[in-house]
Write a protein that binds this ligand. Structure first.
Ligand code: EPZ
Length: 434
């Protein structure tokens, strides 16, 4: 059953919003917990979104015992991992499923994982992941859309990653943690989610140094054990709500965030005329004089994150002047056609969007193609005059926990219709009383 948002725009968002745990950190850490051959990991602050549910269901199919308890904490027992073939019907839903390759290869000595397809933000190859596994001694073939890899015991290697890649860095950290010898990842990704994973793995008994820099050293150990851990908060969700406050002319306190993770975005938002009062782990955001046009180029951390490009473009549709946004990571401007249906004046030339600010956006029926496009169109609709219907919102459920509840609590007028409740998914991942 499809679901949609119906949004009546025009209400300035006011009040407080609590940021959930980071989706992209959770996906890496949930997979890493399956490396433990001894003991259970208990994860706090994991967002209840569909990407997390998908990863949990995949790991269950691989033999991992896991469940969410009544307090929403995720218990993961990696001891039962015994299936080396990842299920296509679930893997096809989410690219991060490819992280299971690193875990299967290093725990079971073999892995058969479907190659992730492309998605709405362009082709997303995993050649760097595969080359890293080969350099660590795995025999890798690509057959019928699957990566098939085997290796009695992975060996430490010096791997140069051709361009900053979060997924490659994560996957090779997972594989190297139990390998023989030391692996060095050169040109590694520096995202906070990579650092969060390294802290979690080291808590499990891994020996990882240099996370957060572009050289990460992983000294393989014999085994890893479960621990209790709390995932960092989601910097992309936080940035999204900051932009929602600005575009609707409201004032919102965004709580439970790590300001350091949002340094670049906050610099650019302030350049656009957004006022940000900074607290210890919260900010209060407003745009009393509206928005000014700015130029932005996305880049790997600590630069401006590609995942905030789309919500930023939506906000700049109402800025005074012409903004130029260059997207250097993915091909992710398809949503601009939908913004134009709402009266935006945006032109895209290859990897650059040119946004001429307009006085008003107007509500329209729109379709979303990917998670962050969904965020962009939602905040545009909150600022638009009139009614917007947003179709295909199950992709938003992939990475924004309780979105309509959080927006409604801020005074936004948003309704979800024809729902396939996210909670339906989580009803299958509840604790099963013995
Ligand atoms: C992660 O994707 C995030 N997903 C993305 O967030 C995020 O946009 C991206 O990193 C960049 O920060 C998760 O963490 C689950 P990459 P990932 O490997 O790992 C190319 C969201 O909305 N590349 O850093 O897939 C690739 O095509 C999602 O939460 C290769 O060419 O991104 C891209 O151009 C969207 N070969 C660039 O590297 C490879 O083997 C960076 O990709 C791997 C990557």
């Amino acid at each position: 059953m499809s679901s949609r948002f119906v949004i009546e725009g025009g209400n300035p968002l006011k009040g407080e919003v609590h940021i959930s745990g980071a989706k992209n950190s959770s996906l890496a850490i949930i997979t890493a917990a399956a490396l433990a051959e001894d003991g259970v990991s208990v994860l706090e602050n994991v967002p209840h979104d569909t990407d997390v549910a998908t990863m949990c269901l995949i790991l269950r199919r691989l033999g991992v015992n896991l469940f969410f308890d009544k307090q929403g904490r995720l218990h993961i027992d990696g001891r039962g991992l015994n299936q080396h073939q990842a299920p296509y019907d679930l893997v096809r839903k989410m690219r991060a499923s490819f992280y299971t390759a690193g875990v299967l290869l290093t725990r079971l000595g073999r892995a058969e994982v479907p190659l992730p397809g492309g998605c709405a933000i362009g082709s997303r190859p995993v050649d760097y992941h595969i080359r890293g596994f080969s350099q660590m001694g795995a025999d890798v073939t690509i057959e019928h859309g699957f990566m098939k890899a085997s290796c009695r015991k992975l060996q430490g290697a010096k791997v140069y990653i051709n361009r900053s890649s979060v997924g490659t860095t994560v996957n090779l950290m997972l594989a190297a943690s139990l390998a023989d010898g030391t692996t060095t990842l050169e040109n590694a990704a520096k995202e906070p989610e990579v650092v969060d994973l390294a802290i979690f793995l080291n808590g499990m008994g891994a020996k990882i140094r240099g996370a957060g820099t572009d050289v990460i050293r992983i000294e393989g150990v014999e085994s890893l054990h479960g621990i209790e851990y709390s995932v960092i908060s989601d910097r992309i969700e936080a940035g999204t709500y900051m932009l929602a406050a600005a575009i609707t002319g409201g004032e919102v306190t965004v709580k439970n965030l790590v300001l350091e993770h949002l340094r670049s975005p906050m610099i650019k938002l302030e350049e656009a005329g957004i006022v940000i009062e900074k607290g210890v782990n919260e900010v209060t955001v407003s745009a009393p004089n509206g928005l000014r046009a700015i130029d932005v180029e996305t880049s790997p951390y600590p630069g401006f994150p590609t995942d905030l490009q789309q919500p930023l473009v939506a906000a700049l549709c109402l800025a005074d002047g012409t903004s130029v946004i260059r997207e250097t990571i993915f091909d992710r401007f398809r949503y601009v056609d939908e913004l134009r249906r709402m009266g935006a004046d945006v032109k895209v030339e290859r990897e650059t969007a040119i946004i001429r600010g307009v006085k008003q956006l107007t509500g329209a029926p729109v379709e979303i193609t990917d998670l962050r496009a969904g965020a962009a169109l939602t905040i545009a609709a909150l600022a638009a005059e009139g009614r917007t219907e947003i179709y295909g919102i199950d992709v938003i459920d992939r990475g924004y926990e309780h979105l309509e509840e959080k927006i409604s609590a801020l005074g936004g007028c948003i309704m979800r219709e024809h729902t396939t409740e996210v909670t339906d998914l989580f009803s299958h991942i509840q604790e099963v009383k013995a």
